[in-house]
Ligand binder design. Structure first.
Ligand code: GLA
Length: 349
């Protein structure tokens, strides 16, 4: 593991960039700003290396960008309707930063925090990041201590272990917001990637992308990725859900038991043969087809990041869970320990 300076925030905090490498040619860089995965290099079927995540060469790029590229997202990833929820009979109000709703932790979410970093001893390179979110920060109750460990395993997995504890009952949803293009970042279109999602159901949304509470079968809809299918094959269909999301921007209900690490999704770039497999202990996974990228952000290799030039697979609690008693709970009680794991595994076929 190597460490290098990555600049200073406007508040004068020092930001570092850690690079983890394994013996089979996978290399990942992580900035302490937002716990952001800034680069992820993997081999194609001919052994050629490409950086498969969108991002920027310097801190300034991340400070200015508004699309959470590669970042750790919290305290509540995804949306909370109208920025309101009740817990233990108390109403909490959050900043509204996405239409009428609160998105990705509010005005200064975990993606904009500088995390404390520590290299963990042992076999595979592992970086531990810690952030303490104060009681009342962004409107959320409880002082929350979050620890995220990124491990690059010898099996070409980027393993992300999340842990948290709170001083008061709170709500919590943690994810990593990497944008993947397995042909290499900067390629203009990622919709030819072939995706499989291990989900029989998804959570349809209203016009503001808030779940309606329904768990709808994917059967017979453009959300059926149970058999591999190009992401773009049906994205333009006249479908109310796709219209609401401007494409895929939806949470899928991962089959199998929440809390057990299980298959969630697999994406293949047919040209390069690069494969990404996603496993998670979380109940949901958001497929976001980068519908809101618009070519204004210029990425690491000088190319504009176009609409749909990447996709995100954000493992998570369901969006707006605090307002949907039937969804798996997102409440973390004082004294409880939160733990979840997501694995991004890379190979070539
Ligand atoms: C998530 C949301 C999208 C969008 C991106 C960030 O994936 O669901 O609607 O806000 O984050 O731009």
């Amino acid at each position: 593991m190597t460490k290098q300076p990555f600049g200073k925030t406007a508040a004068g905090e020092t930001v570092d960039l850690y690079t983890l490498a394994n013996s089979s040619g996978v290399e990942v860089s992580i900035a302490t700003y937002g716990g952001t995965v800034t680069s992820l290099k993997t081999q194609d079927r001919a052994g050629r290396i490409a950086d498969v995540v969108l991002g920027f060469n310097d801190l300034d790029g991340y400070v200015k960008a508004t699309f959470y590229a590669g970042a750790l997202v919290g305290r509540y990833a995804n949306r909370i309707a109208k920025g309101r929820f009740a817990l233990n009979g108390v109403e909490y109000t959050l900043a509204v930063n996405n239409g009428a709703n609160s998105l990705h932790g509010g005005l200064k979410g975990f993606d904009k925090a500088v995390w404390a970093a520590r290299e963990l001893p042992g076999g595979d390179p592992a970086l531990e990041l810690t952030y303490v979110s104060q009681d009342g920060e962004e409107g959320y109750p409880g002082k929350l201590t979050v620890t995220v460990v990124y491990t690059l395993t010898r099996f070409n997995e980027l393993r992300i272990d999340y842990a948290a504890e709170t001083s008061k009952d709170t709500v919590l949803n943690l994810t990593n917001h990497s944008y993947f293009n397995l042909a290499g970042e900067g390629n203009a279109d990622a919709m030819d990637h072939v995706l499989r999602v291990n989900a029989d159901r998804f959570t349809p949304v209203d016009a503001g992308l808030i779940p309606t509470s329904e768990l709808r079968p994917v059967e017979g809809t453009p959300f059926d990725f149970r058999s591999p299918m190009a992401i773009g094959a049906r994205i333009g269909q006249a479908d109310e859900q796709l219209e609401r999301g401007c494409g895929y921007d939806h949470n899928f209900v991962v089959n199998g038991k929440m809390g057990t690490l299980r298959d969630a999704a697999r994406a293949v770039d047919p040209k390069s043969g690069r494969v990404l497999e996603v496993l998670t202990t979380e109940p949901g996974i958001q497929l976001y087809a980068a519908n809101f990228l618009d070519g204004t952000a210029i990425g690491k290799s000088g190319k504009p990041y176009q609409r749909r030039s990447a996709f995100c697979l954000e493992t998570q609690r369901f969006p707006d869970s605090p307002n949907h008693p039937d969804f798996p709970t997102s409440v973390l009680r004082a004294g409880q320990k939160f733990a979840s794991t997501t694995v991004f595994q890379f190979s070539a076929a």
